[in-house]
Design a protein around this ligand. Structure first.
Ligand code: SAH
Ligand code: SF4
Ligand code: F3S
Length: 445
């Protein structure tokens, strides 16, 4: 019999990317293999995201497209899992709209997927009924030692904390990912050591707010202590982490990153808004002054640190003056890159119940913000030209072409053969665009 294959489509953040690696691990463990593409797969999994309305609309459109596949082959198994399904009533509404879906699971119980797929495969002839199982545990148990099928090349994702307790008033994540649960330090250290021994060259520690690592345990062992111990692991590799929340970012963390060569001089520090009034309405628990203080401290200790951010425009009550406060901070910080979003009301969150501002105003603001950031990114990119940087070769987008990042997080494309993937190379930068650099390998190194 032919080996059955699966295809996983992942939407949303790195947490979901890593969850999908665990889903793949579980499907491999029951004897399935990755398919060439979606059309040729016997099991199709969509790992969903509901952070913004645009994300949900895109996913719903793609689920609709699956109807044809199901009409062509009734044996195809369709599973929709992840954050979108954790919203109240979402699973029931989805199945009404798309009755051809076979399995619906939330992100806290994706472990059930492989067993359910096996059950359906074994009972092929029996008329199928959709299986919906979305647990609404506030604080689910952490499951360790799940098989992971890593798909991110030289980089490996490592969760350190699950969930979020911050309840920023615009955000759905605390509702769909539950309360904060930190993994045990020993388990994390063991995993990181194992990955480095296996040959991974970059480890990215993951959490919705990595800086609150350990606060659910209350034993005084927090993010800085974890970083301190990870920093002691020998070897030539890079360490990154995301996402940091300015409210819990402390000086000790800056000191450790600055003192440890393996920690990349690259920090993602979401700003969201530059106006104190809006930051308070968002429940972010920091002011623009405190945010700038952190930036100044980072720059004092690591002058070449690449700083990136997330910014939202059009939050309820945002006036032109508030927006100008955001623009002003963007000019002051000079981010190497910013992920910019139009605020999208999420049902069940506090901000969705506030008075909304018109879309035309939001659109106009995001256009101006993107233009400003592009100019800054381009100026900073230009400053790389002529310089020589260490780049980790991560991928080969084309024949004899490689790409990878500098320590500061800049993407560089250069000529080189595939066998160099995973090597640290010395690259001279020759050309720059706002968000991309080009270069050449120096002296064959
Ligand atoms: N935990 C991270 C953010 C995760 S969500 C943090 O606290 O920074 C990634 C980004 O999506 C957020 O930083 C925010 O800018 C954006 N975002 C979250 N909810 C949103 C909403 N309702 N509308 C628009 N953007 C949103
Ligand atoms: Fe959402 Fe705020 Fe938690 Fe980030 S910290 S996931 S923005 S609630
Ligand atoms: Fe989306 Fe869930 Fe991540 S809502 S952004 S996939 S935590």
């Amino acid at each position: 019999m032919d080996i059955l294959t699966y295809h996983i489509e992942t939407f949303g953040c790195q947490m979901n990317v890593h969850d999908s690696e665990e889903i793949a691990g579980a499907l491999n463990a029951i004897g399935l293999q990755p398919a060439k593409d979606l059309k040729s797969a016997q099991v199709i999994v969509f790992n969903t995201c509901c952070i913004r309305d645009t994300a949900e609309k895109k996913i719903l459109g793609k689920i609709g497209d699956l109807k044809h596949l199901k009409q062509q082959s009734k044996d195809v198994i369709i599973a929709i899992v992840g954050c979108m399904m954790q919203q109240e009533g979402a699973a029931e509404n989805l199945i009404k709209k798309f009755p051809f879906i076979d399995i619906i699971l939330g992100n806290v119980n994706i472990d059930e997927l492989a067993a359910k797929v096996e059950e359906i495969l074994e009972n092929k002839r029996i008329k199928r009924k959709s299986y919906i199982s979305v647990l609404m545990h506030e604080k689910p148990e952490i499951v360790e030692n799940r098989p992971v099928y890593r798909t991110s090349g030289t980089n490996a994702w490592v969760n350190i904390i699950y969930g979020c307790d911050n309840f920023c008033t615009y955000c759905i994540v605390p509702y769909v990912r539950g309360r904060e649960r930190s993994r045990q330090p020993q388990t994390i250290l063991q995993e990181v050591r194992g990955l480095i021994d296996e040959g991974y060259k970059e480890i990215t520690l993951l959490g919705q707010n990595v800086n609150s690592y350990g606060s659910d345990r209350k034993d005084g062992y927090g993010f800085a202590e974890l970083l301190e111990q990870i920093a002691k692991i020998d070897g030539k590799y890079r360490l990154r982490f995301m996402t940091s929340h300015p409210k819990d970012f402390n000086d000790k963390v800056i000191d450790i990153i600055a003192a440890t060569p393996n920690f990349c001089n690259n920090i993602h520090l979401p700003l969201q808004a530059g106006s104190n009034k809006i930051l308070a309405a968002m429940n972010r628990k920091y002011t623009r002054e405190r945010y700038m203080e952190i930036i100044d401290k980072i720059r004092a200790k690591m002058p070449d640190c690449g700083i990136t951010t997330d910014i939202m425009v059009g939050f309820p009550g945002e006036t032109e003056e508030d927006f100008q406060d955001t623009m002003d901070l963007v000019r002051k910080v000079r981010y190497s890159n910013a992920f910019t979003f139009v605020y999208s009301p999420r049902t069940g969150t506090a901000a969705a119940r506030m008075e909304q501002i018109p879309y035309s105003v939001k659109k106009d603001r995001i256009t101006r913000l993107i233009a400003l950031q592009n100019n800054i990114s381009k100026e900073l990119s230009d400053s790389y030209v002529g310089g020589v940087y260490e780049v980790l070769a991560e991928d080969a987008p084309r024949q004899n072409q490689l790409c990878g990042r500098t320590e500061s997080g800049r993407l560089v494309t250069f000529e080189g053969s595939k066998d160099k993937i995973g090597s640290f190379l010395t690259i001279k930068i020759t050309k720059a665009k706002a968000s991309a650099l080009w270069g050449e390998i120096e002296n064959g190194k």
